[in-house]
Ligand binder design. Structure first.
Ligand code: MN
Length: 757
């Protein structure tokens, strides 16, 4: 939509002369709009605005509002609010046409032809928002709803017009049913007022809030109104007095300014009463006085004067000029005590700040579309929003930006059901995802899909704001396997798989078996390799009763053929390793038999206190690297020709040896028997500070423990350190640990470690 709309100033030719006349009430309403438009600082083509009005008036002909007035007065009033916001010509034209697509026969195409792409796009956008069903949502989803609403508006003017529309509807709610009043007020409070706030449009936000409160809590609203009214005269006199005083002082100092005062809006008082549990009388700033000056330095000047004249309330001064609010609001705020001890709030700001505070983003709009009357392209439109937001180094501002800009929702898409419910799906979602997100029965009986009223292929990627309708049929054959590739969401794929699982067992078995066998061949295995011994544990692990169930699972996609075959490959090589181990053990047993050492009764029998799994009699030796003693966790290694070597399981030769593919099958389980020997040789290493008498002290300790020492040597390893190597015999780990504990107490010894680990 980068093209600027073609102005149709000349059409219809001699527009003013051929001007159509409508009902006087309608014309009167239009005259007010015209007045507002003429007062705008932006130059506008009145003939084009009139043409839009005439199209709307004709299209809505005969339609009435609940109060009996012609329907078109509503759109004219909304356009008037749009003009007050300071929006451009396209916005006013769009506001006039905002209900024609929804409520009359006028089409998008006709609007585009007459008023250009931009207007048609805006009207389409407002129409989509109108169809959204916000009220069916729960509280926590409201933030999502606000985001979606923003995301849907790729032109910010859509949301501004929607705000104008809503404001006028709220102003004229008296004739609606109480039910509708409640629903609309709630929606306004939860959706539209917060959006107005984010866009910095204070005036609209206040009015929306007060109108909503009026319907949502009439009693609370009336109570505050009554209280304010009872004090109104007094407050107004007081504020007038303050105004006079301040004006006199500022005149004296030569500061030109505009001063006005107001009583704060009802909802802000209401919220303070309820959130801070305050009584009306405790609420400080019922009155606010606003001083508008020409530049920033004057703002601070005025602040100084105010604080000189009145006593400021501590902790109430806020400088939103140096630190603007996330929505762009700037002002100095202070609360001071006036005469008679009445506190009041003073807001000081420049004219620029004032415009922003009243109309927020729309105020920026005014400058952008500018007096030159050049409509900005979309790129530029977002550029200024971005600049506005980037200038605020605030995380809230970041949030706001991401809310506003469509691209920031890269991973989500929001679409509508035909009823206007919002469905949130992952980006890239298709009608298949949509159908299954409603119900699996809808997905399973889907035969077609319509997006925005047009028949669409199933792989169509849905866009924000699309209206999606699923065509179902009782005779539907169910999902196709291709849908699994098209569906974007995990939940849709799961539901499709479930269908295949239930509905197509025979077919799944055939398909699954084919996939499985082809994958087997791919992995270099034969069907014959898949023996029951291999398959059974796998089926058990997957909780599948039979091989057919496995094939069926592969068929519907519950299990992948690749994963299954990978598991089978593992099982096959495990079986091969076990076979290799058995061969090695058999050979050792045979050798033992030849030596005549084999116990005839085949009773498990310990050799030097060690039991070897699967071996009754063989040579045992304790590895020298780690010298295990009873109590250590141990493991055996079938050596080539020298029986079984016993290591500690934490020995580094065991740990690295397990990784060696040639040797990994030769590790076997061994354990300590009950009948262990009295003595096992083990070695220790002591690290110590090098000092004279070290060896003597170690020997003394060992002696006191009655340790059976085989050798003890120490050597200087430089840098003042020494290492002692100790070989000794112990009965078991308990004895060894006791010795280690004592050695650690020898003066200078920093560490006592066992070798091998
Ligand atoms: Mn409307």
């Amino acid at each position: 939509m980068a093209d600027t709309p073609k102005k149709t100033a000349e059409a219809p030719a001699g527009a003013i002369a051929e001007r159509k006349e409508f009902d006087p009430a309608v014309e009167e309403c239009y005259a007010r709009l015209e007045e507002k438009v003429r007062a705008s600082s932006i130059h506008m083509d009145m003939a084009r605005i009139r043409a839009a009005f005439e199209l709307a008036a004709e299209a809505h002909e005969g339609q009435k509002r609940k109060d009996g007035s012609p329907y078109v007065t509503h759109v004219v009033a909304a356009a008037e609010i749009t003009a007050e916001m300071g929006l451009d010509e396209d916005s006013i034209v769009s506001a006039l046409l905002h209900d024609v697509i929804e409520d009359t026969n006028v089409t998008h195409e006709q609007i585009r032809e007459k008023f250009g792409e931009s207007v048609a796009g805006i009207v389409e956008g407002v129409t989509k928002l109108t169809r959204v069903n916000f009220t069916s949502r729960e509280d926590e989803q409201m933030e999502n709803m606000r985001k979606m609403l923003m995301a849907m508006c790729n032109d910010i003017r859509v949301i501004l017009i929607k705000l104008a529309d809503r404001l006028h509807n709220m102003r004229t709610m008296d004739y609606q049913t109480p039910e509708k009043q409640r629903i609309k007020s709630l929606e306004t409070m939860q959706i539209y007022a917060p959006i107005a706030h984010r866009l910095g449009m204070q005036r609209i936000k206040w009015e929306l809030e007060d109108l909503s409160l009026y319907y949502l809590d009439p009693i609370g609203y009336q109570a505050i109104m009554a209280d304010v009214d009872s004090r109104r005269e007094k407050l107004e006199n007081f504020m007038g007095e303050m105004e006079v005083k301040i004006r006199a002082r500022l005149d004296e100092w030569g500061i030109p300014c505009s001063i006005n005062s107001r009583i704060k809006h009802i909802y802000s008082i209401y919220r303070k009463m309820y959130t801070q549990k305050l009584d009306m009388k405790e609420i400080f700033d019922l009155c606010a006085l606003r001083i508008i000056v020409d530049d920033i330095s004057q703002c601070y000047n005025v602040l100084g004067q105010i604080h000189d004249m009145f006593k400021p309330v501590p902790g109430r001064f806020k400088d939103y000029i140096s630190t603007p609010k996330p929505n762009g609001y700037q002002s100095l705020h202070t609360t001071v005590i006036g005469s008679e001890g009445i506190p009041f709030e003073v807001q000081i700001r420049t004219w620029d700040m004032h415009r922003v505070s009243e109309y927020g983003i729309a105020a920026h709009w005014k400058y952008k579309s500018g007096s030159a009357g050049v409509a900005a392209g979309d790129e530029e439109k977002f550029a200024w929003v971005r600049r506005l937001l980037e200038s605020q180094q605030n995380s809230d501002a970041q949030d706001f930006f991401s809310d506003l800009h469509v691209d920031m929702f890269a991973d989500e898409v929001f679409v509508f059901s035909p009823k206007g419910d919002v469905i949130n799906m992952p980006a890239g979602a298709t009608p298949i995802d949509f159908a299954y997100s409603i119900h699996s029965a809808v997905g399973n009986s889907m035969v077609g899909a319509k997006v925005n009223g047009r028949i669409t292929p199933f792989d169509h990627v849905l866009q924000n704001g699309d209206i999606v309708e699923i065509i179902t049929s009782k005779g539907a054959t169910g999902p196709s396997r291709d849908w699994l590739k098209i569906a974007k969401s995990g939940s849709a794929r799961t539901k499709i798989k479930q269908w295949f699982k239930k509905e197509r067992r025979e077919e799944n078995i055939v398909q699954g078996r084919e996939a499985f066998e082809s994958e087997l061949r791919h992995a270099g295995l034969n069907v014959a390799d898949v023996t029951p011994a291999i398959l059974e544990p796998l089926l058990k692990r997957l909780s599948l009763p039979t091989a057919d169930d496995l094939y069926a699972a592969i068929g519907y996609g519950g299990v992948t053929a690749v994963k299954t075959v990978n598991r089978i490959k593992e099982e096959v090589s495990k079986a091969q390793r076990a076979a290799a181990q058995k061969t090695a053990l058999d050979r050792l047993n045979e050798a033992a038999d030849r030596r005549g050492e084999r116990d005839a009764k085949k009773r498990p029998h310990s050799i030097q206190g060690v039991l070897v799994e699967g071996l009754d009699n063989c040579l045992i030796k304790f590895a020298r690297c780690c010298t295990p003693v009873p109590g250590d966790d141990i493991v055996g290694f079938i050596t080539r020709g020298y029986g079984v070597s016993v290591h500690r399981t934490d020995c580094k030769n065991h740990i690295t040896g397990r990784l060696d593919p040639d040797g990994s099958g030769r590790w076997i389980n061994v354990s300590w028997a009950d009948d262990v020997n009295d003595s096992y040789v083990t070695t220790l290493k002591l690290n110590s500070r090098d000092r004279s008498g070290l060896v003597m002290d170690i020997a003394t300790v060992l002696n006191s423990l009655n340790a059976r020492v085989r050798s003890l040597s120490a050597r200087d390893v430089g840098v003042g350190m020494a290492t002692a190597n100790l070989t000794l015999e112990v009965k078991n780990l308990e004895e060894l640990n006791a010795i280690i504990a004592r050695l650690e107490t020898v003066q200078g010894v920093s560490e006592v470690v066992r070798t091998g680990a």
